[in-house]
Design a protein around this ligand. Structure first.
Ligand SMILES: [Fe+2]
Length: 189
């Protein structure tokens, strides 16, 4: 059982060690920002840094080991002596896709829900002349309904996640846009 509590700095170094793709690094930073935002809303004070770190490294293995997604992250973080609850949370974001570990904790449910949602918001912002700066839930919803737009984004996962969280989808969208807007420069929007 790992007992090292990783710092944000260590997590970021690890991210850059395994990820060279700008779009994946942008995605990691977007998910980190959204996790921080939701931690402040739904978690305890002690959770904020932890949720952010988990968001930052959730796709750690995806660039180098796409066929072993989640499994390699689990292996790497165990070797790095990370705590089991961090590892479990990260692995559970691939529930039904690359793992049978189900999101149970609120932190896990948030990660599960917003991972795909940040992808949809990113794609929507890139289509807009004003980017994310004045994006409204209404325009995101339009893109949500257009199944041919960003077809790789699994809307069903997002919907299922919002049910797990027992939160209104519009509210989750609003909060996620707000969190991403705060780091728009860092994530290339
Ligand atoms: Fe992701």
């Amino acid at each position: 059982m790992g007992n090292k509590v990783p710092s944000r700095e260590e997590a970021y170094e690890l991210l850059l060690k395994y990820n060279k793709s700008e779009s994946l690094i942008h995605h990691a930073l977007a998910v980190e920002a959204v996790m921080l935002h939701f931690a402040e809303k739904l978690g305890g004070e002690e959770d904020v840094e932890k949720w952010g770190i988990i968001g930052l490294v959730h796709d750690l293995d995806y660039e180098m080991y796409p066929d072993e997604h989640c499994k390699m992250t689990e292996k790497i973080l165990r070797e790095e002596n990370w705590p089991e609850d961090y590892i479990r949370a990260i692995v559970s974001h691939g529930w039904k896709i690359c793992t049978d570990v189900e999101p149970v904790e609120t932190m896990e449910k948030v990660l599960y829900t917003i991972d795909e949602l940040t992808g949809l918001i990113n794609a929507t912002a890139l289509m807009r002349p004003t980017g994310i700066s004045d994006m409204k839930v209404k325009s995101l919803k339009k893109k949500w309904k257009d199944k041919s737009f960003a077809a790789g984004v699994d809307r069903e996962i997002i919907r299922e996640g919002s049910e797990m969280l027992d939160m209104d989808l519009n509210e989750i969208m609003e909060e996620t846009i707000t969190a991403m807007r705060e780091v728009s420069e860092e994530i290339g929007l």
